[in-house]
Write a protein that binds this ligand. Sequence first.
Ligand code: FAD
Length: 399
Amino acid sequence: MSENIDVVVIGGGYAGVMAANRLTQRNDLTVTLINPRPTFVDRIRLHQLIGGTADALVDYRKILADRVHLVVDTATLIDAPARTVTLGSGATVRYDHLVYAVGSGSATPRVPGAAEFAHPLAALEEAKRLRPVLDATPTTAPVTVVGAGPTGIETAAELAEQGRAVTLVCGGELGPSLHPRGRRSVAKRLTALGVRVLDGPGTKVTAVTRDTVALADGRELPSDVTIWTAGFGVPDLAARSGLRTDTLGRLLTDETLTSVDDPRIVAAGDSAAPSDLPFRMSCQAAVQLGPQAAETVLSRITGEQPAAVEVGFVATCISLGRRGGVFQVMSKDDLAKKYYVGGRAGAKIKELICRGIPWQLSYEARKPGAHTWWSKDAKRRPLVRAKLDQERPVTEPAA
Ligand SMILES: Cc1cc2nc3c(=O)[nH]c(=O)nc-3n(C[C@H](O)[C@H](O)[C@H](O)COP(=O)(O)OP(=O)(O)OC[C@H]3O[C@@H](n4cnc5c(N)ncnc54)[C@H](O)[C@@H]3O)c2cc1C
């Protein structure tokens, strides 16, 4: 009889849930998922939580395989040589293999006053803190959303649709990852919703106070509520545990998602940096990386060579309130193409995708390993090779 093998997954987001579910393919594995909350946070709906159109929560019982043991706690340290994880409660969990999937959160803003007066939105608790602030603010009061990536655009649109006076401060270009055609569609919808879009280099925020936002071009905007969506950061658990990370703090791995420091640790989702060439922080990448991290663990257990990661992007999908949206088609290597679907059709596609994510997680819970192919980005391999060549020490030819 084979011995039981303990696999611990840290982080119950999109990547961690997909990984934990996939691991249940083997009956001789005990799969433990550590997450600080007893409920799954559907982060891609957090802007809806503050707009009051969704609660962004999903019961783990709907998306997690019965065999996954959920521990509601926070991992505070990974002791790789001892193969243990210390939890906030003081308990210690032992593992044979570990999946690191702690995701991302708000980046700490460096702009004076921003950390003090602006509200971040990348985590459930932040969105929950912001909601009553907005509820207590008159609808006519000026609200400023800083950051013109998908999260900022979606937040500005959601609040404008509620009748709020929203200014979106881009700090550069609106939706920089979009194709000009997709961007025009976004801009048109934002204007129709009454959002004042400030873009261009002069719109970098230089300071935030309780009721103003100052821009590089000298303008000072009145702002009763300022929402900060400019960039994601990652938890420092890997770095704190002495594991090598990239400059942002994502766990550095090889192309099989295995930590460069320890073959028993693999990473997935926003907190992974395979070959120091991380994928866009996204739910889209996380649901592909989670099961592949699990496959790497399963290969290690059977003594096979794990496969290299395959992640292909399809689109950037942005909701613009409940009645508008843009489905921006992307190349597999995540560059915007000229094709997009806008308007109500764009909104419908976005909503279908949002509903499809919990379904995808629950499908993996019911049929672990049934999905065996990944969208392939043919351009990644040469990129990785070039990076490795660059890093390889140049040896002098023998005299
Ligand atoms: C408003 C908003 C809208 C978005 N819209 C989209 C979108 O339309 N499309 C898209 O692709 N992406 C979108 N994203 C980005 C997307 O949500 C993230 O990229 C995605 O959640 C990453 O998944 P993950 O599993 O890596 O991490 P997460 O979903 O962040 O999950 C990580 C989990 O790990 C837990 N954790 C952290 N530290 C510890 C610890 N020490 N111990 C135990 N557990 C820990 C966290 O609490 C969390 O539950 C959006 C994000 C936001 C904020």
